[in-house]
Design a protein around this ligand. Structure first.
Ligand SMILES: [Zn+2]
Length: 272
């Protein structure tokens, strides 16, 4: 690794911290239908506006000891945590994709996934605006995105198929669940989200992400059920699992390699 590359990773981290700070604003305001631009952030308790020097990602939180400067109300550690997570997500993307179009596209994806996870966790909704932005950016940039394939046409086909594969497969799972459990099994927000993600990362990666999310979600579900944290047939937001899986598949080698390795392992296990 050259010094310039390490410098790039650090810049991506800082870039992520700043976007993480903006993600906090989005998570807090979008579900309440507030503008994300105005007014400036204020303390939720004493309503004193937060000055720029008290709004520096992570650093301000540490310097203020996690308390409001004026009324000393505790500030949730979730805020700096969201900033650090976004910073790390951006830094990892720079490490994998360097300074390229996929880097910027996947930073947009990572940022959206952080916001969506937060909102889905607190409010059990996924605002339409994010899937829409992801789908538009994915389709419009597809021809120039080398992460989607080698030739222009291949990339465009991959993006369009990703949109339908991502949205369609979740829609099918949802319909199946509805037939079996006679209640809504998959939120419409999840379907739209994976359609948007699919347009950006392509059909193979999005399908792999959905499988991974379902796997992670069932483990978490069993875990939470056994500790009586959720009721049977109770609601568990699926968005954060979809988000985590969608990001993770960006770092996998081509899914075919993994699938082939899995088949080879199975064959060996069964002694065939
Ligand atoms: Zn205050």
């Amino acid at each position: 690794m050259t010094a310039l590359f390490i410098y790039g990773i650090m810049c991506a981290f800082v870039f992520g911290l700043i976007f993480g700070s903006f993600a906090n604003v989005c998570i807090y305001r979008i579900p309440l239908d507030m503008s994300i631009a105005k007014p400036a952030s204020a303390c939720v308790k004493c309503k004193n506006p937060i000055r720029w020097y008290d709004n520096i990602p992570v650093l301000s939180f540490l310097m203020l000891g996690g308390k409001c400067r004026y009324c000393k109300t505790k500030i949730s550690f979730i805020y700096p945590l969201v900033e650090i997570i976004t910073g790390l997500l951006f830094a990892l993307l720079f490490y994998k994709y360097h300074l390229s179009l996929p880097f910027f596209l996947f930073c947009l994806l990572a940022f959206s996934l952080v916001v969506i996870s937060g909102i889905d966790y607190y409010y059990q909704i996924i605002p339409d605006v994010f899937p829409l932005i992801l789908a538009c950016c994915g389709l419009l940039s597809a021809a120039f995105n080398p992460a989607l394939g080698d030739a222009y046409l291949e990339r465009i086909v991959n993006s369009v198929c990703g949109l339908f594969a991502g949205g369609g497969s979740l829609f099918a799972i949802g319909m199946l669940g509805q037939l079996i459990y006679k209640q809504e099994a998959m939120g419409g927000g999840d379907v739209k989200l994976m359609a948007g993600v699919g347009a950006l990362i392509g059909w193979d990666k999005v399908l792999f992400a959905i499988f991974t999310a379902a796997f992670l979600g069932s483990i978490a579900g069993i875990f939470l059920l056994s500790f009586k944290k959720i009721k049977k047939r109770g609601y568990m937001p699926f968005g954060p699992f979809l988000a985590a899986a969608s990001y993770t598949v960006l770092f996998l080698p081509k899914p075919e390699i993994l699938i082939n390795a899995f088949i080879a392992w199975e064959t060996k296990l069964l002694g065939m």
